[in-house]
Design a protein around this ligand. Structure first.
Ligand SMILES: O=C(CO)COP(=O)(O)O
Length: 137
């Protein structure tokens, strides 16, 4: 599975701790991230992660484009609900594309925990072929 990991600055520590806790699960998948999140995750875990641009510099849009191409299976995006983001339109667009293409999205550690448990059980195999493609892929 192709998994994207993203966190706003105030949530980066949460995502890193969450990632390390479930590293055995994540290590079995192809990992992607926005720039700063990805570099911190690689440094602490030693795993290889494809890093896009930093979020405010277009990284959210790059991940959104991957979703639109049918190239992303699962998103962990720990958002900071208490701080205004200069690239809020990009954040909204990414979340919107998850809904357009029915890509599971965890925006906090609660949902993230449930999704990781589902990953371990292989629940996501059930989604195969069920995502809307709008005739493009
Ligand atoms: O801003 C982000 C998501 O909107 C995250 O980007 P970074 O991982 O580059 O900090």
């Amino acid at each position: 599975m192709k998994i994207a990991l993203i966190a706003h600055d105030e949530k980066k520590d949460d995502l890193i701790n969450f990632f390390l806790e479930h590293q055995d699960v994540f290590s079995e998948h192809e990992l992607f991230a926005t720039g700063t999140t990805g570099r911190r995750l690689m440094k602490t875990s030693g795993l290889s992660i494809h890093c896009f641009q930093s979020g405010p510099l277009g990284g959210d849009q790059e991940i959104g484009a991957s979703i639109a191409r049918g190239e992303m299976d699962l998103i962990f995006f720990f958002r900071d609900p208490l701080t205004a983001q200069p690239h809020e339109p990009d954040v909204s667009a990414l979340v919107r594309l998850c809904d357009v293409y029915s890509v599971p999205l965890a925006t906090n550690i609660g949902t993230g925990t449930i999704l990781v448990e589902g990953l371990k059980r292989g629940d996501f195999d059930q989604l195969h072929g069920k995502r809307p493609t709008y005739g493009n892929h």
